[in-house]
Ligand binder design. Structure first.
Ligand code: NAI
Length: 386
């Protein structure tokens, strides 16, 4: 069976990490799921696209993604003088990729800053399309900021200092509900124990508080038989049910450090999700090993979650782990869990052999730092032995 996967090489270290990731993904499919293969179709974006077409996001790429169901990308730099704020944000907005999903787990042997990184096993569902981070903001002193501040002062009596920059934070029932719905569905499909709504509703009652309220409504109205709010849960009535919790964002950061084992799926508005994604990745040993995917209802774009690492580019020292683990996530999404697991196991056994890229070697006693390409060869050799 052929699976069509559109791929974007990405800028900076993109070509190097891809030259490791693609053969490993193909080999995992060949070995674990014979009969399945990927038809890779390259799409241009970023610097490579500018060189070949003059545009960082050519129409052909947009057209292809418009009818695609699966794509995977390397990191994209922000084009200089390209007019576009960020290609990643452009892709998310253009294709309404409303859920950013990041599973966070510890890989044995990776050095982490906490005593029990193995207790972290969370899947983050971050809303991707709204909130203050989504980009409605005006510079201090701009005509827009002055006009808006004037309107808010005269119409609503708002107390806004002179020369303020202004950001707007829309959080809607529609977007909150579709995100929480995806998170609960994921918990149901993977038989996970809880979904936690992370918000700052104690202060921002209508936006963040709305997210919390709508989250509980989805759980009650659409998954009533399968979920139970934490406040109503007893050992008897919660058996086999997903517990719906909510936590104020600052408390959640504390909880993630003190009691990570009590949390499973997290659902968050955009900004909270942005913060906790990096914090949790650091808690288990760094962004180099964090996979991710951006989802709409029809398209999944898997991605390395780090940037283009310009200082490492061209030196064959980058860690392909994030792209590889995103590839593993993609195989799972395609219904090939055995191939997906083979990639994870190959990474684990290569770490156990203490063969890692230089970014990880410094913190693992006795580890041998190898180049990105040599690390790829070690992974393939280990897969042959699995
Ligand atoms: P970055 O993630 O590229 O680099 C941060 C640090 O981590 C650097 O020291 C870098 O060398 C290191 N690093 C990152 N990935 C690594 C890997 N796979 N192996 C070894 N070391 C690695 O973040 P930065 O410097 O803030 O951004 C550089 C460019 O990347 C910018 O143009 C930014 O817009 C873009 N970017 C793109 C993202 C995406 O496409 N999803 C995400 C974040 C940044």
């Amino acid at each position: 069976m052929k699976h069509t996967v559109y791929w974007i090489e990405g800028d900076g270290i993109g070509p190097e990490i891809w030259s490791v990731a693609r053969p490993v993904i193909d080999a995992a499919m060949r070995m674990a799921d014979p009969g399945h293969e990927i038809e890779w179709i390259e799409l241009l974006a970023g610097e490579k696209a500018v060189k070949k077409t003059g545009s960082p996001l050519p129409a052909e790429t947009i057209d292809a993604l418009g009818s695609a169901s699966i794509a995977i990308k390397g990191p994209l730099g922000t084009p200089v003088g390209g007019g576009m704020r960020s290609l990643n944000v452009a892709l998310r907005q253009r294709f309404d990729l409303y859920a950013c999903i990041r599973p966070v787990t510890w890989y044995q042997g990776i050095s982490a800053p906490v005593k029990h990184p193995e207790h972290v096993n969370m899947v983050i569902f971050r809303e991707n399309t709204e909130d203050v981070y989504a980009g409605i903001e005006y510079e201090a002193g701009s005509a827009e900021a002055e006009k808006l501040a004037g309107f808010l002062r005269t119409e609503f009596g708002a107390d806004i200092r002179e020369h303020s920059a202004i950001g707007i934070k829309p959080i809607s029932e529609f977007c909150s509900k579709r995100l929480v719905r995806k998170a609960i569905r994921y918990a149901v499909e993977h038989e996970l124990p809880s979904v936690t709504l992370v918000h700052k509703g104690n202060i921002m009652k209508f936006t963040e508080g709305g997210f919390r309220k709508w989250g509980y409504e989805v759980a009650h109205d659409e998954f009533g038989q399968l979920t139970i709010p934490e406040k109503e849960a007893t050992p008897e009535n919660s058996k086999g049910k997903i517990i719906i919790k909510d936590r104020i964002a600052d408390a959640m950061f504390q909880e993630a450090l003190l009691h990570p084992e009590q949390y499973s799926v997290l659902a968050l508005p955009n900004l909270n999700g942005d913060y906790i994604s990096d914090a949790l990745a650091a808690q288990v040993g760094g962004l180099g090993m964090a996979p991710g995917v951006n989802l709409s209802d029809t398209l999944a774009i898997f991605e390395a979650t780090h940037g283009t690492a310009p200082t490492a580019a061209g030196k064959d020292i980058a860690n392909p782990g994030s792209l590889l683990l995103s590839g593993a996530l993609m195989l799972e999404h395609m219904g090939l869990p055995k191939a997906s697991e083979m990639i994870r196991q190959a990474i684990l056994s290569t770490i156990a052999d203490k063969i890692v890229t230089p970014d990880l070697a410094a913190n693992i006693p006795g580890a041998r730092a190898v180049s990105c390409s040599a690390y790829g060869k070690a992974l393939l050799a280990n897969m042959g032995r699995l």
